[in-house]
Design a protein around this ligand. Structure first.
Ligand SMILES: [Fe+2]
Length: 253
């Protein structure tokens, strides 16, 4: 009986020492095993930052507040667009779920289930998040760029008028997106044209504005009169949101 008692005391103190050791590692910035058990979505790194360790489930945001507010975009047009956005979010989740278990042995340049899933992930993923950027940078209240953003547009494009002409040229050039981006390489602003949702995307860019030039964004209200939609879009840009995105980008580098 005394031996059993001694063993129980030894087990208790051993366990405490184990917990204490890993707790100490955590305080020193090492692997936080206790936290991983508490919240598997977060992992503490050597730098002390918490990073997501699991892929998140994509969720569509609600943008109903734009209905009736954005001049030139009808309720029917916006609701149809919201539905497409939700579809991309759904597909991004579906593709990632299927990729988790797809047989890598089926990979093939011409056709293979895993290959198709890999090829189409960027379409659904970017389709979801570019729409989120787009709806977030729409407003019913007219605004103008100011501060750093205004200065940088003038410096990189020559003037606001030249920037506007550049956006219109992009929107006319192909179905897809025109993004105003800031490069983390040279710090410059550029308008870039994205065909489909992923072709033409440059590396190391922060998105300042997303402008949807797909037919589905305007056909209900404008038919084939894309230049009229371009004018509506440019007048509905929320420059305050764009300014905040630039500020965030400037802070990152
Ligand atoms: Fe769209």
């Amino acid at each position: 009986m005394r031996i059993l008692k001694k063993l129980a005391v030894w087990a208790f103190f051993s366990g405490s020492i184990f917990v204490f050791c890993f707790g100490t590692l955590d305080l020193r910035g090492g692997l936080n095993l206790l936290q991983i058990h508490q919240n598997s979505a977060l992992m503490a790194t050597a730098s002390g930052k918490n990073l997501r360790s699991e892929r998140m489930n994509h969720e569509a945001k609600n943008f109903d507040h734009l209905i009736g507010k954005v001049k030139g975009l009808s309720e029917k047009q916006l609701k149809a667009h919201f539905g497409l956005y939700q579809g991309y979010v759904k597909k991004a989740n579906e593709i990632e779920q299927k990729l988790a278990t797809a047989d890598r042995a089926t990979a093939n340049y011409s056709f293979g289930e895993v290959s198709e899933l890999m090829r189409r992930l960027a379409v659904a993923f970017n389709g979801a998040y570019l729409h989120q950027y787009y709806f977030e940078n729409l407003t019913g209240e007219a605004s103008q760029p100011s501060g750093d953003l205004k200065q940088m547009i003038e410096k990189n494009f020559g003037s606001m008028e030249k920037w506007t002409a550049d956006v219109k040229a992009g929107l006319t050039s192909a179905p897809g997106w025109v993004l105003l981006v800031r490069s983390r390489r040279d710090g410059a602003l550029r308008n870039i044209l994205i065909e489909e949702h992923h072709r033409g995307l440059l590396v190391d860019q922060d998105i300042i504005l997303a402008m949807d030039g797909w037919e589905h964004a305007y056909m209900i209200d404008y038919g084939t009169a894309k230049p009229d939609y371009s004018n509506t879009l440019l007048a509905a840009i929320d420059w305050k949101v764009a300014g905040q995105r630039l500020e965030q980008s400037l802070k990152s580098k």
